[in-house]
Ligand binder design. Sequence first.
Ligand code: DON
Length: 552
Amino acid sequence: MANLVKYAAHLLIATAIFFHPASFAKQAAVAMPDSYSSDTARAILEQGGNAVDAAIAAQFVLAVTLPEAGNIGGGGFMLIQKDGKGDFIDYRETAPTAAHRDMYLDDKGDVIDNMSVYGIHASGVPGSVAGMWLAHQKHGSLEWKTLLEPAVKLAEQGFIVHPKLAASIERYITRMAKKSVNINFADYFADAKANKVFKQPELAATLKRIRDQGKAGFYEGETAKIIATFMKQHGGIITEQDLKAYQAKSRTPIKGNWRGYEVLTSPPPSSGGIAILQWLKMYDLAKPKGTLEHNSTTYVHILAEVGKRVFADRAEYLGDPDFYEVPKTALLADDYLSNRASTIRPDAISTTENIKPGLHESEQTTHFSILDKWGNAVANTTTINLSFGSGVVVSGAGFILNDEMDDFSAKPGVMNVFGAIGGKANEIQPHKRMLSSMTPTILLQDNKVKMVTGSPGGTTIISSVYESILNAVEFDMTAEQVVDSPRFHHQLWPKNVIRYHTGLEPKVVKALEKMGYTLDERHFGDMHVIINKDGKLDAASEASGRGKAMVF
Ligand code: DON
């Protein structure tokens, strides 16, 4: 009898371990935008930290070694699947108290060139430090200080500048010198030369205050004073009060079913989660029976048609949910999507002007993916908006400020730098979060992580993410094939323009042009993806970037 009880107990424990959502992966994986963040994330995981610990340490390292996009002066979204449950840390920037709807318009009501993109007026109140703090309070297991140490060291002792970074710094300085914008970027970064050590003492001091005082080390005390004084000196509007009031938020991720997977993805103020679910579901509704050939003319055309409808809705209904009621359920309802997809023809382009929002009621960001040995995952996308943000470095604190205010709609119907339009839902209001396309996403099956994905790239992020999912699921690609495969994007406006990345086949380009599309080759975002295929992990970073992915 005693043996039987013992056997039953063993069985119970074994079953519990086997079915525990976190038990399947003995391996861990990281797919990161540079080698410093990759090595740091791995070291934290090997020290016994979880995926969230690794993500926090990596975020701070990227603020030092990836100044195009890594940041403490910007914001982002961290999607987490931990211990079988989803969480979404929204650390998007907010409009300062003194911001108002027409702040980027001149006397005639026209949008002032560059004002929301470069210089002192372009920045929202940064959210990154508060986001990492909240993620740590809720999910961290190692000491906060331990997670800051790698970044402090790289800022203080310096890091070796990758030739690709040195080249983009040089290009940026040359390009900005030709524009009449008032930025101080070159004062800080002109000395960052290829293969040489680059030190950032002011940034190191700021990171030490964050290490020692936590969130208050940025939003209060010395750092807050430095930022507010700098703003005042240069005519900016972010105040000490704005900094103190900033709150990162934990939101419920969007969960949608698609082909037997649960797609765990980003809720508003991201537009991306709703968009990728609309895209994946309408694709299934609109495509002819069977599997279309990957990146063939019909495949690209049907997905562009879906994109028209997705972006018409995005411009009308998506904004900060704390300020504008986003009709999430209606936008994802099966009836609504099948109605919307029913007008898609496989061989003809629908007229751009006729595609309206459907409800009858009222280039540089960075992404990384981490999966720990317990099966917890983090998909984190962070940004200062364009490469090197507003081009303004806070003197005395050593970090670049974002130009995220451009993601608001400065005037109804007027395109922002990504060609996105918007209206009431995304107009500027004090303390409001600007709409984002960042879409960190995790694919689950039976509550186990199957894929961790996300991308930079402005509005093209949404296409990169849904296409990465189609590539992995429909076309059974490896992680490397997913990140290096040509991608494409259509967003209703500009009219019938399909942007594409890393080369579609020339015959497909020709056939699409013949149908009436204009093809525009552009650089999309640098993708970092992890795939779990039957318990075996596969991770990849896009070859064109300076990323590093590892399974260990
Ligand atoms: O949140 C957004 O949608 C944009 N600020 C992202 C910018 C971006 O991805 C630029 N990168 N290439």
